[in-house]
Ligand binder design. Structure first.
Ligand SMILES: Cc1cn([C@H]2C[C@H](O)[C@@H](COP(=O)(O)OP(=O)(O)OP(=O)(O)O)O2)c(=O)[nH]c1=O
Length: 203
């Protein structure tokens, strides 16, 4: 069966994230991957939504410039807990301390996506938010997860898809894929509404 969108320009995923690649493979659209060389700069005093939007554009820009023929997609994911932005942990101890605070509480996961059009210079950014409710966790459970080293490359020190951490979440409100780093429904809807010249439904 063909995928639900046909593309009339090459699609590039500007990301080194294996999760984003796997999610885009899931919908079976043709794409290539090129990691972005961009350094991430959080604009000072930015709200969380402004921050993920800005960083997603920062990641997309150099790849879009190098490939003017392609539709370029980049994304940035953060966790917002008690009003503070949580990126990737600086150390295993930082991951443990954050998970101890986040257990039995809710937090928000925000993913900003940037899409750069090949010919019109149109640049669109979206922000998608999911609220995640973590179950009460013991230190033994948190330690087992930190020992797996899986928290270390993840915003908010956990991956909802990881063997251990998938047992930590008892409820969520919003798109599960957004928590993994790429909100597929928002991407599809944005492509169809804002990039209608580059995609179409199969006949
Ligand atoms: C909260 C959470 C985050 N994450 C991941 C998604 C992102 O890959 C990562 C946040 O880091 P990002 O800076 O968004 O992305 P990245 O550095 O991995 O990749 P790139 O910038 O090249 O696109 O955390 C999960 O995999 N599962 C989760 O449940």
């Amino acid at each position: 069966m063909p995928p639900l969108l046909e593309f009339h320009a090459p699609l590039i995923l500007a990301s080194q994230s294996p999760r984003r690649k796997a999610l885009l493979e899931q919908v079976e659209w043709p794409f290539t991957v090129q990691a972005s060389p961009a350094e991430e700069h959080l604009p000072p005093n930015a709200t969380p939504a402004e921050a993920v939007r800005a960083v997603a554009h920062q990641k997309a820009t150099p790849v879009a410039t190098e490939h003017p023929e392609a539709l370029t997609l980049a994304a940035d994911t953060i966790v917002v807990f008690e009003g503070e932005i949580q990126g990737k942990p600086a150390s295993p101890n930082a991951a443990r301390a954050l998970l101890q605070r986040m257990q039995d509480r809710s937090h928000h996961v925000l993913t900003g996506m940037a899409l750069h059009h090949p010919t019109t210079n149109q640049r669109v950014a979206t922000v998608t938010r999911t609220t995640v409710f973590m179950a009460p966790l013991s230190n033994t459970e948190i330690d087992a997860y930190v020992r797996s080293k899986l928290p270390m490359d993840k915003a908010g020190s956990y991956g909802i898809q990881d063997a251990i951490a998938s047992l930590f979440v008892h409820r969520l409100h919003g798109d599960y894929y957004n928590v993994m780093g790429l909100p597929l429904r928002t991407l599809y809807a944005t492509l169809r509404t804002r990039f209608a010249d580059l995609v179409s439904l199969p006949k």
